[in-house]
Design a protein around this ligand. Structure first.
Ligand code: FRU
Length: 476
């Protein structure tokens, strides 16, 4: 480690230590979601299973719950349940990353665990530069920086050029990267390399003004391209989409295209963009394939520039968490997302099983960290209120889901809605300050933070959906 790295690591851990009791005293700390030890977490980075161990890195400001510094924090797990906090993987110690080790991805390279990420540099006039950098590790814990492998911008593109997601295919390395053209069009570019050192631009793959897509945002962040069930999926987080009815209601979006790609030509014909999640907090997801062949996705349970400073955990010196791991598959022209099976190992006891006559209603007392499975007999109206704070309403005649919660800024009720033909099953993961609601085996998902009165631990059920079956488990 260089002297500068050592200093940054020490300063980071000093800040974490200083804030430790404040952070740990927060009733909104989560039980089973990945959170920063203190400070701010944003994007999942470098998500990979390497030599049998799952590695999850994350954008991290260890000093304060805001976006002023960006390190890579690091967790490892053998089972997706127990996670171990590892030492800082990357600190912004070098000239080519001095304003942040921004998002990126991981791959096995010559038996090492290699990271490729964006070095963010800003000069005194706030002009940005972007360097795509490599760091590698023999033990998966200590990383040695190798510096930039791409240090120029392609003609017509701005320095908003970041978040390389790398993979190997047919003996070659590829990455997709998020970009903004000089005309403020959000796009994804494809690069390739034979040796991981010399990279060449293959071309723009998708974006505003490409492949028949009209204007579609000024910047595309955090792309991820992979084949799944014989389709090429492009996941991306576009910025600058206008709200369209019930769509694109968050400040920025995260969603996907399905299509067919030709990597040698950087061509991609694709269908329409669909949001991955209809809730309030979901952004910058990243996927990997594990050794069982499952495509596993984690998202950031947050959205940039969305009143983050009003989340109450800020007063406790931390903010944000990741979602639970979701297994994704392609089903027709849509992606289906289901909680990883391993999460069943979080259950601490036998299930609470009930039949509830929704016309009569019921109030169930559960723990803050709970999993719920609700099967509806007839798809009629169903209301659920979680800890007197957030509510889910299925309106069968309108085929409409409405999720509400008080806005962090001022307590005004805000809503997110989505279309759902029928409601057959809800699979809900609740934690101390979040809800992830999977509808009909992952056809639609709504993910949100919420900050109920810590003493309130009820779920109220009512409606007109006949008698439903309820199963819930306390989670550890
Ligand atoms: C997405 C993002 C990325 C960037 C990172 C910086 O949330 O803006 O584009 O690399 O966060 O933390």
């Amino acid at each position: 480690m260089t002297e500068k790295e050592k200093q940054l690591h020490e300063a980071a851990y000093e800040a974490v230590e200083k804030n430790k009791s404040t952070v740990e005293g927060d009733p909104y700390r989560q039980a089973y979601h990945l959170m920063p030890p203190a400070g701010l977490l944003n994007d999942p980075n470098g998500w990979i299973q390497w030599k049998g161990t799952y590695h999850m890195f994350f954008q991290w400001n260890p000093f304060s719950p805001d976006h002023t510094h960006k390190f890579w924090g690091h967790f490892t797990s053998d089972d997706l349940i127990e996670w171990k906090e590892e030492p800082i993987a990357l600190a912004p110690s070098e000239w080519y990353e001095k304003n942040g080790c921004y998002s990126g991805s991981a791959i096995e390279l010559d038996d090492k665990l290699a990271l490729i990420y964006t070095g963010n540099v800003k000069d005194e006039n706030n002009n940005r530069e972007a360097y795509q950098c490599v760091a590698a590790s023999e033990d998966g814990v200590h990383f040695e920086k190798q510096g930039p492998v791409v240090d120029t911008l392609p003609e017509g593109y701005t320095a908003d050029f970041r978040d390389p997601k790398v993979w190997k295919e047919n003996g070659r390395y590829y990455f997709v990267i998020g970009a903004k053209t000089t005309e403020k069009k959000g796009q994804v570019l494809l690069y390739r390399s034979d040796d991981f050192k010399k990279w060449e631009l293959v071309g723009p793959l998708a974006g505003s003004g490409l492949n028949g897509l009209g204007p579609f945002g000024y910047m595309w962040e955090c792309p991820d391209l992979f084949s799944l069930n014989e389709k090429e999926v492009l996941i991306v987080s576009p910025q600058g989409l206008e709200k369209q009815g019930r769509h694109f209601e968050n400040t920025y979006q995260a969603g996907y295209f399905l299509g067919n790609a030709d990597l040698e030509k950087a061509s991609y014909s694709h269908g329409e963009f669909r949001e991955l999640d209809q809730g309030f907090e979901f952004y910058a997801p990243q996927t990997t394939v594990d050794k069982e062949g499952r495509r596993i996705l984690f998202g950031w349970m947050g959205v940039p520039d969305s009143d983050e400073e009003f989340q109450p955990t800020v007063g406790h010196q931390w903010i944000h968490c990741l979602t639970i791991p979701r297994i994704i598959t392609v089903d027709g022209d849509k992606i289906r997302q289901e909680p990883a099976k391993e999460l069943e190992n979080l259950r601490v006891e036998e299930a609470l099983e009930l039949r509830v006559d929704t016309a009569k209603g019921a109030e169930v007392v559960i723990t803050e960290a709970s999993e719920m499975v609700i099967d509806t007999a007839q798809a009629e109206d169903l209301y659920l209120t979680f800890r007197n704070e957030a509510s889910f309403f299925y309106d069968a005649s309108e085929k409409l889901v409405t999720f509400t919660r008080p806005r962090f800024r001022d307590g005004e009720i805000e809503t997110r809605q989505c279309h759902l033909d029928t409601l057959e099953r809800l699979h809900i993961f609740m934690d101390y300050s979040s809800l992830e609601i999977f509808m009909n085996n992952g056809e639609t998902v709504m993910t949100s933070r919420f900050f109920p009165n810590p003493a309130d631990n009820t779920v109220e059920i009512s409606g007109n959906a006949g008698s439903i079956t309820w199963k819930s488990w306390e989670l550890k």
